[in-house]
Write a protein that binds this ligand. Structure first.
Ligand SMILES: [Zn+2]
Length: 284
């Protein structure tokens, strides 16, 4: 028997409490206000994709909006959305569940998560028919999320026309501010700051441990993000089917900062320590 405990208050974080920078928060509010197309939230397992998705969905909740989800499985019951659990053993795949919930004529659909070509296709059809689709995906960056969607057989022009935004996320432990210990930054870190366009900090912090953080040195968690609202330039790059590396270059030209820059910024601000960030999956 296995028991998984999820603390409701940790799932229901307002968007403002997820550690998003002002620019990222504005971009995500923009995606929420759009209420059309597909928004893909990606990252490895346990990276905070679901938390971010629920926070975005909750900000969309209203009595006029019919919101439904297909999840594998439903981890937390939420009051603002009808939720359906996929059950592969009994023939209810995510794709089949998604088709079923689309018959409920929803305004907003949450798919957790898109793993196969069939689900991607149905999700795209839903977005193409005027529904707002939020979905999670397993991918290491914004560029690899787009590449992943294309490799699932979506037509580039359809994806370009219907993709509203992509958010890539990781969760790291947040330093306890009551006991964090200052230390001089290394020359290597200062160079990372220069590369990321982050002002060089006078000091960095490392975890220490105190009664407030139960001697762990950390209190709570914070997200690291790469956030891309799809602009004309990015849509063109999708239509051209640029490879992942070329697409990265287009993202940087469009001012989309890589996850690594967000990490450097949060280390320089004393929110995260270098060692914790260096352990992040796929950060390089
Ligand atoms: Zn502490």
């Amino acid at each position: 028997m296995s028991l998984r405990l999820l603390i409701r208050s940790r799932v229901f974080l307002p968007l403002d409490d997820l550690g998003l920078s002002a620019g990222h928060l504005e971009a995500i509010h923009g995606m929420v206000r759009t209420v059309e197309g597909l928004v893909a939230i990606s990252g490895p397992t346990g990276s905070g994709k679901t938390t971010l998705a629920y926070s975005m969905l909750e900000s969309l909740a209203s009595v006029e909006r019919n919101m439904v989800s297909i999840e594998d499985p439903v981890e937390v019951a939420v009051p603002f959305m009808r939720q359906l659990s996929a059950d592969e053993k009994h023939g209810l795949s995510i794709a089949a569940g998604l088709r079923a919930i689309l018959r409920m004529d929803p305004d907003v659909v949450y798919v957790g998560e898109v793993r196969d070509a069939e689900t991607a296709k149905v999700a795209m059809q839903a977005a193409n028919s005027g529904r707002y689709v939020l979905s999670t995906l397993h991918a290491r960056s914004v560029a690899s999320t787009v590449a992943g969607l294309l490799s699932m057989g979506l037509a580039p022009h359809t994806l370009a026309a219907n993709l509203t935004g992509v958010v890539n996320v990781r969760l790291v432990r947040r330093l306890c501010t009551a006991c964090r210990r200052p230390e001089p930054p290394s020359e290597a870190f200062l160079q990372l700051c220069d590369e990321a366009g982050v002002p060089r900090p006078a000091e960095l912090f490392r975890p220490e441990g105190c009664p407030a953080c139960r001697r762990t040195g950390y209190r709570g968690r914070i997200g690291l993000y790469e956030v891309a609202g799809i602009t004309t330039a990015l849509a063109d790059a999708i239509v051209e089917r640029l490879d992942e590396r070329a697409f990265e270059a287009v993202l940087r030209n469009a001012g989309v900062r890589p996850l690594r820059s967000d990490a450097v910024e949060k280390i320089a601000a004393g929110l995260v320590d270098e060692r914790e960030a260096s352990g992040v999956h796929w950060l390089a």
